[in-house]
Ligand binder design. Sequence first.
Ligand SMILES: C[C@H](O)[C@H](O)[C@@H](O)C(=O)CO
Ligand SMILES: [Mn+2]
Length: 414
Amino acid sequence: MSKSYDAARDVFAGWEVDTEAALTALSQIPISMHCWQGDDVVGFEKKTGSSGGGIQATGNHPGRARTPEELRADLEFAYSKIPGKHRLNLHAFYMDTDESPDRDEIEYRHFIPWVDWAKEQGLGLDFNPTFFAHAKADDNLTLSHPDAGIRDFWIEHGKRSREIAARMGEALGSAAVNNIWVPDGYKDIPVDRMAARQRLEASLDTMCAEKHDKAHMLDAVESKLFGIGVEACTVGSHEFYLGYAIKRGTLLCLDMGHFHPTENIADKLSSVALSVDELLLHVSRPMRWDSDHVILQDDSILQMAQELVFTGLLDRTHIGLDFFDATISRTAAWVIGSRNMQKALLRALLLPQDRLKEVEENLDWTTRLMLTEEARDLPFAAVWEEFCERNEVPAGLGLIDDLDAYQASVAGRG
Ligand SMILES: C[C@H](O)[C@H](O)[C@@H](O)C(=O)CO
Ligand SMILES: [Mn+2]
């Protein structure tokens, strides 16, 4: 235990905050790191179409992972710099196989190398059907397409993805969240939104009809305000999926980039949690649009973490990341973003929660403001360093050399 941690523990104790309890709580929060930051959302299948689903990684930093082996090596490095045990969020088009199954032909066996690796690394896995980057998504319509043949193709993909996720969860002894994000929408103003939404709802119902053990797989649905090429209408809007999650008992996924830029996503947690059992977060940083920048310790993330801690929602929320920046080291992006999520949680866990709630209850808003502002100056960094040390990962400047050395080792990839 370092001298600075010792001193910090005393300072926090003066605020009636137990740093040991905060460290224990933080060590029990897994972050689901998204595989797609490692290769700019390209995936490993041999067949692709022209639709990117309105999402886009920009930049050309050297070192993009081109194979599952390269991606796993990058992930191993990233996890070795992130304190604690975490999860990997895999998309269906990251299959690891010599075969070329189409989306409606994928099977669990195409993902076994990922499961074996996750077991070896002590990681949990989460999963996502991939409803974009395919010729049958080129109209920007999949599950809501007017053509039943196209809908059936994607329904089959979704069914298989749920089955694969369930088998992953069973194999690893930890439920895989299977997140359904469907990019469907219209570039210009549609005249029959209702028909599109009815088709999406019916397709989702068929796709999710088979019951899987919740100990193995949990369905989540993710809404979006708009994407590039579908500016006028997204079929799976927030209202659509909020209703769907409530009616069908699925998790609701809130992606921080999928709302109007002035909306505060942290504010939504307590509202939706009154009507859905569990939540999935896609923690992201939109800049003017759903730009998926690497997350910072900015107000949006700090408030999100504080809401999770203060509302007692950590047990009902699965924290996933969703950003992809190709202008910087991809492994560093994972490390910086994941650690920032953890730092935000630690900051929230180190706040004098009981006292703050008490003064608010007493309408003493002056003291509330004074306490929240003074608490910003507490010696949080010493507690974070202690967490890193206990988990045998570097903190501060010690991290930079490691990140640089790894980036140099992958920069020669073609
Ligand atoms: C690749 C992911 O499925 C994707 O980012 C989705 O979650 C999303 O947020 C689309 O904007
Ligand atoms: Mn997302």
